[in-house]
Design a protein around this ligand. Structure first.
Ligand code: HAM
Length: 414
């Protein structure tokens, strides 16, 4: 029996990988323009890092972490997200010496979730973190950059949902209010929400169980319970989003699955996806750097779900890579002459693959067709002597003789 990949872990095959590369390069180009630099952190960290940052009573830590002991007995985890590792590196390498650090990253994350379309156990994120800026304008600018990214890449139907989760000033009082409300609807809550009611009552607002959704319909809204500082921060974020021409829907039930957030949180959804419709999410986390042993550092960040963006682009947008040309040299002389010609064509940006099989011209043309060639270029002794090649348009079947340079122009003009 052949060995298959681990459930929820995917191969990214040729064709799809062109889309992935485009997503990554568009993001890097755009983010660099806003002053971000790349950071790369390891795929595994000490498990404690995630317990102390994401929170011990979150689904990610309780149920979804790939935690294991190494041969030394240390408890390690495959990273379920990228923010905590970036914060760890920020503190460890004293990046806080700079007044603001703007960092972006990409790579695989691991969560033991139930695999379905758009949800995997190994998935890739492109993330960005603005570290050391408490201004609400930083939140609005990062959100505006993210919306530009989706527009540029061609992801349709994106909607921005925002909320504020308050801070240490106002959240404790809100938690108490919510706890009192939940106590009144206790009978309708699921086991998980009941268990977390005292330690993490906000989770009930995020619960997908129908009983909990119904029971929390009239729960007090966090937005109505913000202190003056948080309310003013939220107001300024909304004002600058409006100035940037961005529509934002306020969703006071959006509490996110990670405990480190303060003030602004958000999700971007796309109508082009099914139930797993969040293409990016994030928010402000002003307490995390200090919590993990660094200096007080207000931060804002987000992560984009690469698989979900790739799914949308594959289904909706035109993403044709540069067209392929197959080159067939007939006979030893033409084969030798093809080497410098093809090298120069490739240096000038064409995508050419030479066809080496020993069969008849007819069978080689068939192979070129099956390889998906847009053009097939044929060079035999006769063409070579005249400095020409035969160029066949595989869509129309029209064939013409062109000089080497004119042939290159033709295949580059697509
Ligand atoms: P998150 O909401 O857990 O946030 O994940 C961000 C995005 O990653 C989601 O919106 C989704 O597109 C994608 N994603 C999450 N889980 C899966 C999965 N199992 N399969 C496929 N895609 C998935 C974070 O991870 C935070 N670190 C974001 C952040 C950065 N907050 C501040 N800075």
């Amino acid at each position: 029996m052949p060995i298959t990949a681990i459930r929820g872990f995917n191969d990214i095959l040729p064709g799809d990988s062109d889309i992935w590369r485009r997503i990554e390069s568009e993001a890097y180009r755009l983010f660099s323009g806003y002053g971000f630099s790349e950071i790369r952190t390891p795929v595994a960290e000490k498990a404690e890092l995630f317990l102390r940052s994401i929170g011990e009573t979150t689904d990610i830590v309780e149920k979804e972490m790939y935690t294991f002991e190494d041969r030394h007995g240390d408890s390690l985890a495959l990273r379920p997200e990228g923010t905590a590792p970036v914060v760890r590196a920020y503190i460890e390498h004293k990046l806080y010496i700079a007044p603001v650090s703007k960092l972006y990253y990409t790579g695989p994350m691991f969560r033991y979730e139930r695999p379905q379309k758009g949800r995997y156990r190994q998935f890739y994120q492109i993330g960005a973190e603005v570290m050391g800026d408490d201004s609400p304008r930083a939140d609005a600018e990062a959100l505006s950059m993210l919306m530009s990214f989706f527009a540029k890449i061609g992801v349709a139907g994106v909607e921005l949902h925002i909320n504020s989760l308050g801070d240490a000033n106002c959240r404790p009082a809100y938690k108490e209010k919510l706890k009192a409300y939940l106590a009144g609807v206790k009978g309708a809550l699921c086991e998980n929400c009941l268990r977390r009611m005292d330690t993490n009552p906000l989770r009930a607002l995020d619960c997908k169980a129908s009983g909990c959704i119904e029971a929390t319909k009239d729960a007090p809204s966090i937005v109505d319970s913000l202190c003056e500082g948080c309310a003013s921060h939220f107001g300024t974020v909304r004002k600058y989003l409006a100035l940037s021409g961005i529509d934002a829907r306020i969703n006071p039930r959006m509490v996110r699955g990670l405990d480190y957030y303060t003030k602004t949180t958000f999700e971007i959804t796309s109508t082009a996806l099914g139930s797993q419709n969040a293409v990016a999410a994030g928010g402000r986390y002003d307490g995390l750097v200090k919590e993990l042993g660094g200096p007080e550092t207000p931060c804002f960040g987000f992560a984009i779900g690469m698989e979900r963006v790739a799914l949308i682009l594959k289904e909706t947008a035109s993403h044709a890579g540069s067209p392929l040309t197959v080159f067939i040299a007939l006979g030893e002389k033409a084969e030798e002459a093809s080497i410098p010609i093809l090298r120069s064509w490739r240096e000038k940006g064409s995508k050419v693959m030479e066809e080496f099989s020993p069969g008849s011209l007819k069978s080689r043309m068939k192979r070129a067709d099956r390889l998906g060639a847009r053009y097939t270029v044929i060079m035999g002794d006769d063409e070579l002597a005249k400095g020409e090649v035969a160029v066949k348009d595989m869509l129309t079947s029209a064939q013409e003789r062109l000089s080497f340079d004119a042939a290159l122009m033709r295949i580059l003009s697509e």
